[in-house]
Design a protein around this ligand. Structure first.
Ligand code: NAP
Length: 485
């Protein structure tokens, strides 16, 4: 097992320090304290992990049946559940998110991901196509060595979302979590080890994106890459991987609209819009950071949203009643504050927030920012169209359904949207017209793990979730058998 405070790689069934002996500090964003040391992976560490993964695919792991792999995923789920409170604390410390979010969302979802994909794989059916003189059936084989690259906003939640389908379909994994949030990835490696995964089936390389991540994407023996992160990084990953014809799934950034029509359930829509704007300090790819409101209720709606934002309890992530914790880092807060300045320059009015809160030590060294509502901006300005990824929402009025749709679609992203209306016909019409991979009607972030998850335009390529993940993490081989007379 790994030593306390040390976060080594996990390669070939063993915890191992970096080949060249370099380590990075893991910083707690809410206090600036150093939580531990992370192995700073280089090409050499990545190469060792890929070699271990290749060996696993030639070794006992290759002989595991689908039922055994599903049982392994269930055992991993049990292992996460047994350490749930400890994992929630690690996730909260590492990310700055509230302990209640880590406890109620991140960790239960990691358990659910492993259980869900164990069940989904057990119950999947195969394809069969009959011809008059032949039958076709389709085998699903592992893709091989798969690279899983994940961001800092939902660390274990997203790593488990990729690891479970990758393992259950028989691949060998090399995971590279964000260097900002390595702790629960190391804990997951411990849990997978204890659950009895054979050496090399799951490998973990820590380090910087530009070093370990880039080396992994470039590695000639990596057959598939599942990447979740920003659009700029995703573009680099795609450019590196494409010439090698690696299988690629890209879950990227978003600038998601919340469309509120005058006939909505007002209270529910205010609650939903506030949650969509500020959950996890606005650091969820699906966050509704552009609020489009029918003009007849705009003033009343904006006032209610501002009231709600002002009443949110911001502070110690470890306190049970805190609703907003710290942003991921000082650098990221600087970036978000830059957008608040830009909003002013573009003619916007800060209706609430936009400032650092005054908090007692040691939280005064944290990366906190008040929930911020901005009005008075055109819907096509930079503040209203670029991903901020912080607790900032811009409000824009519209007069007609067509105008709302045009404003919603007027960004380069296309991840998700939420629509608030009591008119069922309108809900269907607007949902069909929106250029996004996902639409929620009268709700937001209501997840069924079977449904396709992913974006269009610059929000990504491909879908994950349910059978979409099982298909991504497998290769189809069709067998055509001539019928004998
Ligand atoms: P990011 O900077 O793109 O990083 C994502 C991951 O890629 C991290 O592990 C990062 O490592 C690594 N990385 C960086 N440069 C790399 C390179 N050249 N080659 C390979 N890997 C590299 O994104 P982030 O700031 O962590 O996360 C926020 C973004 O993720 C937002 O845009 C958000 O919308 C998006 N996101 C999307 C979804 C979705 O499902 N669509 C879900 C969550 C988040 P380091 O962190 O160590 O540099």
């Amino acid at each position: 097992m790994s030593a306390p405070g040390q976060l080594p790689h996990y390669i070939g069934g063993e915890f191992a320090g970096p080949v060249d002996g370099a380590w990075l500090d893991d910083i707690q964003p809410a206090t600036g304290a150093v939580l531990g040391r992370i192995a700073r992976g280089t090409f050499q560490d990545v190469n060792r992990a890929v070699e271990a993964a290749k060996a696993a695919l030639q070794g006992p792991w290759a002989g595991w049946t689908l039922a055994q792999r599903a049982d392994l995923c269930d055992a991993i789920a049990n292992g996460i559940e047994a350490r749930a409170e400890e994992l929630a604390r690690l996730e909260s410390q590492d990310t700055g998110k509230t302990i209640t979010m880590a406890r109620n969302v991140d960790i239960p979802r990691a358990v659910a991901n492993f259980r869900f994909f164990a069940g989904a794989a057990r119950h999947q059916s195969g394809d069969f196509f009959e011809m008059p003189d032949a039958i076709n059936y389709t085998l699903r084989k592992p893709v091989g060595v798969v690279a899983l690259i994940t961001p800092w906003n939902l660390p274990l939640y997203l790593l488990s979302w990729k690891t479970a389908p990758a393992l259950v379909m028989g691949n060998a994994v090399v995971a590279k979590p964000s260097e900002l949030t390595p702790m629960t990835a190391t804990a997951l490696a411990e849990i997978i080890h204890e659950a009895g995964a054979p050496a090399g089936a799951f490998n973990l390389v820590h380090g910087l994106g530009g070093e370990a991540g880039q080396a992994l994407v470039e590695h000639a023996d990596v057959n598939a890459i599942s990447f979740t992160g920003g659009t700029t990084t995703g573009r680099m990953v795609a450019a590196t991987a494409a010439p090698h014809f690696k299988k690629l799934s890209l879950e990227l950034g978003g600038k998601n609209p919340t469309l509120v029509f005058a006939d909505c359930d007002f209270e529910a829509a205010v609650e939903g819009a506030a949650r969509a704007a500020f959950l996890n300090q606005g650091q969820v790819c699906l966050c509704g950071s552009r609020l489009l409101v029918e003009r007849s209720i705009e003033n009343e709606f904006t006032a209610a949203l501002v009231e709600k934002a002002k009443s949110m309890r911001l502070g110690d992530p470890d306190a049970e009643d805190t609703q907003l914790g710290s942003l991921i880092s000082q650098d990221h807060r600087d970036k978000v504050e830059g957008y608040v300045r830009l909003a002013r320059e573009e003619g916007g009015t800060i209706l609430c927030g936009g400032e650092r809160p005054s908090l007692p030590a040691p939280l005064d060294r944290g990366a906190f920012l008040q929930p911020t509502v901005v009005g008075g901006l055109p819907s096509d300005c930079r503040t209203a169209t670029e991903e901020i990824f912080g607790p900032v929402v811009t409000v824009h009025p519209f007069d007609t359904e067509a105008q709302a749709i045009a404003m919603a679609n007027g960004v380069r992203y296309g991840l998700s949207a939420s629509v608030w209306t009591r008119d069922l016909g309108r809900a269907h019409r607007v949902s069909a017209a929106l250029q996004t991979g996902m639409v929620w009607v009268n709700t937001w972030l209501h997840r069924d793990l079977r449904v396709p998850f992913g974006g269009v335009k610059e929000s990504g390529v491909g879908r994950e979730g349910g059978r979409y993940s099982l298909e991504f993490f497998s290769e189809a081989t069709n067998v055509c058998v001539k019928k004998t007379p």
